[in-house]
Ligand binder design. Sequence first.
Ligand code: ADP
Ligand code: MG
Length: 362
Amino acid sequence: MIKIKHLSKSYGDLTVLKDINAEIHKGEIITIIGPSGTGKSTLLRCLNLLEKPSGGSIYINNIDLLAKTTNVPKIRQKMGMVFQSFNLYAHLSVLENLTIGPVKLLGKSKSEAGSKAFELLKLVGLAEKANNFPDELSGGQKQRVAIARCLAMEPEVILFDEPTSALDPTTVSEVLAVIRRLAKDGMTMLVVTHEMEFARNISTRVFYMDEGVIYEDGPPEQIFDNPQKEKTSSFINRVRSYHYHIDSPNYDLYAMNAEIETFCNKHFLPRRVCDNVLLLVEEVLLLQTDFSDIELRLAYSEKTGQVEFLCVAAGAPVNPLEASVHDDDIGLKLIQSRSAGIQYKYENDKNILSINVKGASH
Ligand code: ADP
Ligand code: MG
């Protein structure tokens, strides 16, 4: 359906896409992963001709996209695009957002476009919002409207560019569920995403992009469980970590909490995981007696989704897991309720408490 040959794209001296080659078949669901800045968005934008490639060729159903004779608007209509930032028309109702394209570009009658639009809103669960305006909707609802609007143009392929990155974590899953539904219905899709679990479950193939090329291309089992190339492996297995050092009982709790929240948001951790982390940190600190040297560490594995919280406190051995240490054991109970595993050891004059945060693994 889509053939990409030696596609390249440079901005001035900066070569973003070096040599992209791929064949995409009808019904395939391809997720594109990779570090930021590796040209994932640029690739989608080149496919949709929002950017002009610097070299190479793209064929859609054997039509050369870059040939001068090619009807660009027609081709572009076959490739729907869903952006991170929705791009809805703010001054039009939800229904009008869906009908404007089909009426103006596909030559449909208003009533035909309207009934189709209503059907699509039902599909994405938003029929009751047909007469609302975009700013009355949540981010997740806006993105579902954007997907319905894209479907209204009857595309053969949909390109998603990080469709959930701008969303409040609570609305991510409603958008992923709609994309899953389209996948089930056989829509051909290319999805750039940071949601590793989603990518693993939905994809027929995964492209790992790096160094301006599709560095590794394979089924999700290969990319996630048995990557063949070193960079893919280090990307998949990378652990993101955060440290905070405390050297007095007067440490700044609010600043620390804000940094932890930023860390969680940056790595798209679900809200409940972030809440568990914050509560664990707070309760673990309440159990400390010596604040002269405490190192807090969070380690998040993108592959497993696990978050480990480590508290390394200098001083005499005090096992916080022994109830006798405390006046009451409410703190300990709270810690246990948010943990999927706790270990304590004393090593090199330090109390080391390691907690596997609950709700964090895939
Ligand atoms: P990704 O989506 O993988 O994060 P992008 O495709 O957005 O990466 O960007 C790849 C590189 O191209 C980045 O270094 C970015 O700064 C650069 N880039 C993207 N768009 C433009 C542009 N219009 N002009 C100049 N540089 C750009
Ligand atoms: Mg991008």
